[in-house]
Design a protein around this ligand. Structure first.
Ligand code: GLU
Length: 488
């Protein structure tokens, strides 16, 4: 049974990159009939931001990719918040020290600062590792009695003992084998003075205890992979499979996608509103379309097909089609994907899915609502366009497009308006045929009639199919709009 996890730190809202990680985990789980776990990595209480855990949970809910096990849906591997697992880490750190894979270190901040200063002068950098650990104050250098005394005081950290000059072999499902020489690594702190684990330690212990089979996360964690491999080795545990997702680049392709860039160029980077920043939901994106676009940031189908429902993505997800290279974010493309999803919904589905949006229109348009939506549906890119486009059925134009007015000013608008009036008095049946006939009789171009009628009804020369539109708004409203145009 495949078990995967999304393990965000609640240090702020969920960014597009985080949502993509969650999505790929979800898709992988569904594809393999596995389990998708949400684990909140909140050991660093200083960086914790109030409300962000809830925000993450709500965002996944809006998107329709909720976790099977999470802090709000306990399975049998809980607790699912790291801050509630402190005792577990305490037990496991002892085990790692007993295995000889970690050691206690008692260096004071001053001692470390001094060592750093000297090292930076001499070699340009400082690493606490095999080359200098025997010169520091730790359980490898002090005698047992002294170590016991210092442990009693509680003022210590636990460090990973990385052996010198060996090859650490890591496997990544996207990149293949990654080899690192251990000399490049550091004896990372695993447990802090306050008894809280660091990310590396808690992450590995939890992935093991939660029986995670595949770790899917952003590329920024790739440098941590050798440390994690050494931790698994130190415990004598099998490591899971790893998949690191490519970076998401900003639209220019220079650098990572950031909130600042989004603010500057007018696109959201969060799924839902967060403080002043509006999210994809508020901007009028369908959750499924948002996910569909996000899935394209690093994954593509072999046949190039771009529009997929969530169910299709679940079926089609294929690790071997996940790319290494950074994926460039493109807001125009995101909107296009949304438009495609909107146009694939039937009017009935669209209305049913957006009850609030259509409520007042329903009371005005009644049975005609579905037909009205059908007529303008292809013009919706964002949900916010619905109100704008549906306005034509509800309100007379409150202004006329200047260019269009200029175009029709070469016709005798009064005369044509009069004829249209005459033709409409008996209703809208066969209106087009009757206009054609009349135009022929008068030897006036059919285009003149149609253009005048369109400007009267819509306020300009663009807009949806005219005859069905006139039929939907009805004879009286059309007559009123012709009248208004003439008096303008
Ligand atoms: N807590 C880490 C983060 O905030 C998780 C990294 C991982 O998935 O291992 O992204």
């Amino acid at each position: 049974m495949e078990r995967v996890r999304f393990a965000p730190s609640p240090t702020g809202p969920l960014h597009i990159g985080g949502l993509r990680t969650a999505l790929f985990n979800y898709l992988y789980a569904r594809k393999h009939n596995g389990v998708f776990v949400l684990r909140v990595e909140d050991t660093d209480q200083n960086r914790k931001v109030e409300g962000s855990e809830n925000y993450i949970i709500e965002s996944l809910k809006w998107c329709g990719i909720e976790a099977d096990e999470s802090p709000v849906k306990e399975g049998s591997f809980g607790p699912y918040r790291q801050s509630e697992r402190r005792e577990t880490y305490g037990e496991y750190i002892k085990q790692l020290v007993a295995n000889g894979a970690a050691y206690y270190a008692f260096d004071t901040p001053d001692e470390l600062a001094q060592a750093r200063e000297v090292a930076e002068k001499e070699t340009g950098g400082f690493k606490y590792n095999h080359s200098n650990r025997m010169t520091f104050s730790n359980s490898l250098t002090l005698d047992a009695k002294r170590v016991d005394d210092l442990l009693e005081k509680g003022d210590y950290v636990v460090r990973l003992k990385v052996d010198a000059n060996r090859e650490v072999v890591c496997n990544d499902l996207v990149r293949g084998v990654v080899r690192v020489n251990s000399n490049e690594l550091e004896d990372k702190v695993l447990m802090k003075k306050d008894g809280m684990p660091t990310y590396h330690f808690a992450n590995v212990v939890d992935d093991h205890l939660m029986e995670i089979t595949t770790v899917i996360r952003g590329e920024e964690w790739l440098p941590s992979l050798p440390i994690h491999e050494l931790l698994y080795e130190g415990f004598g545990w099998d490591s899971p499979k790893f998949m690191h997702l490519p970076l998401i680049l900003n639209p220019s392709g220079k650098g990572k996608l950031s909130k600042r860039d989004g603010d500057k160029n007018g696109y959201p980077v969060f799924p839902l509103q967060w403080n002043e920043s509006s999210g994809y939901k508020e901007q009028g994106f369908l959750p499924m379309a948002h996910l569909n676009y996000i899935a394209q940031l690093g994954w593509s189908l072999e046949d190039g097909k771009e529009i997929q429902t969530l169910a299709e993505m679940e079926k089609n997800f294929d690790v071997s089609r996940v790319q290494k290279a950074g994926a460039r974010f493109d807001f125009e493309k995101a909107k296009w994907v949304n438009k495609e999803h909107l146009s694939r919904l039937s009017s009935k589905e669209l209305i049913a899915g957006q009850e609030d949006l259509f409520e007042s229109m329903k009371s005005i348009l009644g049975d005609r609502l579905e037909h009205c939506v059908e007529l303008v549906k292809e013009r919706f890119e964002l949900l916010s366009d619905i109100e704008v486009q549906m306005n034509v059925f509800m309100n007379d134009p409150n202004a006329y497009d200047e260019k269009s007015m200029k175009r029709i000013s070469k016709f005798d608008v009064n005369e044509i308006g009069g004829h249209l009036n005459d033709l409409l008095i008996n209703g809208t049946d066969n209106l087009k045929e009757r206009i054609t006939e009349r135009a022929k009789e008068l030897e006036i171009g059919m285009g003149a009639f149609m253009q005048v009628l369109r400007v009267a009804v819509v306020g300009g020369l663009s807009g949806p199919d005219l005859m069905p539109l006139v039929e939907l708004i009805g004879k009286d409203v059309t007559l009123r709009r012709i009248e208004r145009l003439i008096s303008n």
